[in-house]
Design a protein around this ligand. Structure first.
Ligand code: FAD
Length: 431
């Protein structure tokens, strides 16, 4: 039975779900709202792991994603003078056999903006094809600059939604795909449960890009600075270089900045990183004019259930594993795939579909949320010295090869065997 569905958030999870729902039943009425005035096609490298790749292949988007793949050839730890202390997972290094193509980098790692555009464009193109082939009824629309003001759940009658412009509309199902700080989660579960579900990992991260210079290679470069700060630089053969700032310093000020303007957030990050060493001044200067700056707390979301009544959460909104696991995007795809699959299998019986979605997601969510407790960055100068030199020694002794064998990418096949993707022929996908 076709449903009227509202998806809140046009990041990765929201459009992926819209795409899959439409494939399953072109007569669903799907509305995706995004609070930003246009598609937020920004962000740095995102990767697929384990189940992520087969889902994208089933969606028929693997080649389109691969066309945007970044060209990253390994990773390197940088010393105080910019010298290379240790190299890991260098592509073509025989010690990294068995890793997917690049060792440090996953087989399918692309810029977030490219990924979001590929999914949204594919869902819109599918709609066009359906209309051209004479399908009448159903629909898919993306509405930007739109937010929800409130919901009233009416059991079997669905959810009455009030939008920020005062308009009211009833939906059979509302999906919160609005990221780790989800407002939908707060509105559906209440402030207390939502706050309790948000587990801070004691660290902050900022992402932005700066113009590439000759020294920016295709190696990901990691620099540890004193006072629990670290910088990751990635270029991947692109005209812009990606900068990640990780910090456990200046925590209260940084946290307080999230509710403020981007300029105010940048000012706090500048204060935190000034004098950190290496090429920090270049990055901080580039940050001032970067139009893709994005910062947030490293956190996980652990809810007792992924739905309440007819409101359900997908992606970071419901079960963010944190950026540090590298599994957020794969988990977003798994959630979209399982939710669309269960709705199709249960023939739009919402109670049954949401119940099984919640059950089925427990294992992949647990498997993705591998980090617990605070993420630690070295704090004293001695600790930084130890890390830098320890890594240099490890590299010299070829312990890096052993470490690479333990990298998460290595476990992709094992992961797929441990949690095989459920099959949903009802989704009408490629295989
Ligand atoms: C701008 C941006 C840049 C990012 N950059 C990186 C990165 O470089 N590396 C990395 O690992 N992860 C990054 N992430 C997070 C990453 O995209 C997710 O962890 C992962 O892909 C899961 O995606 P998601 O769709 O669940 O959440 P997200 O990708 O966070 O998408 C959520 C979407 O919901 C929208 N939204 C939020 N609140 C509302 C609301 N109230 N109403 C309507 N829409 C709303 C947001 O604007 C966003 O478009 C970024 C996220 C964003 C939003």
């Amino acid at each position: 039975m076709p449903l009227k569905i509202l998806i809140i958030g046009a990041g990765v999870a929201g459009p992926a779900l819209a795409f899959l729902l439409q494939r399953a039943d072109p007569l669903h009425h799907i509305t995706v709202i995004e609070r930003a005035p246009a598609l937020r096609a920004t962000g740095l490298q995102l990767d697929f792991k384990a189940q992520g790749t087969p889902i994208v292949r089933k969606m028929g988007l693997l080649e389109a994603m691969r066309a945007h793949r970044v060209d990253e050839t390994g990773a390197e730890v940088i010393g105080a003078k910019g010298e290379s202390l240790a190299r890991f997972g260098i592509r073509g290094d025989s010690g990294t056999e068995g890793l997917q193509s690049g060792g440090f980098t996953n087989d399918l790692e692309i810029m977030r903006g490219d990924m979001v555009k590929v999914i949204v464009d594919a869902s819109v193109a599918d709609r066009k094809k359906l209309e051209e082939s004479g399908v009448r009824g159903g629909g898919l629309r993306y509405v930007f600059g739109m937010n929800v003001k409130g919901f009233v759940q009416r059991e079997a009658e669905g959810v009455d939604v009030t939008f920020q412009d005062g308009r009211e509309e009833n939906f059979d199902l509302v999906v919160g795909a609005d990221g780790q700080n989800s407002r939908t989660r707060k509105m559906a579960f209440g402030d207390e449960i939502s706050r309790e579900a948000f587990k801070e990992l004691g660290s902050q991260v900022a992402y932005f890009t700066v113009p590439r210079t000759e020294s920016d290679s295709t190696l990901a470069r990691i620099f540890f600075a004193a006072r629990s700060r670290a910088i990751l630089l990635r270029n991947g053969g692109r005209p812009q270089t990606q900068v990640y700032l990780f910090s456990q310093a200046n925590m209260e000020k940084t946290k307080a900045s999230y509710g403020k303007s981007v300029a105010e957030q940048k000012a706090v990050w500048k204060e935190t990183f000034t004098g950190a060493g290496w090429q920090t001044e270049r990055f901080l200067e580039g940050m001032q004019t970067a139009d893709d700056f994005y910062a947030h707390q490293l956190a996980q979301v652990k809810l007792p259930a992924l739905y309440k009544g007819r409101i359900v959460l997908v992606g970071d909104a419901g079960y963010c594993p944190s950026v540090m696991t590298g599994k957020g995007t794969t988990s977003a795809f798994i959630g979209a795939y399982v939710l669309a699959g269960e709705l199709a299998r249960q023939k739009s019986n919402l109670d049954a579909a949401l119940k099984s979605y919640n059950e089925i997601m427990k294992e992949p969510v647990d498997r993705a949320q591998v980090i617990s407790g605070n993420v630690s960055l070295p704090s004293s100068s001695l600790a930084v010295w130890f890390i830098r030199n320890g890594l240099w020694a490890a590299s010299s002794l070829r312990i890096d090869k052993l470490l690479m064998r333990l990298m998460p990418q290595q476990t992709d096949e094992k992961e797929l065997r441990a949690w095989p993707l459920p099959e949903y022929p009802e989704l009408n996908l490629a295989e």
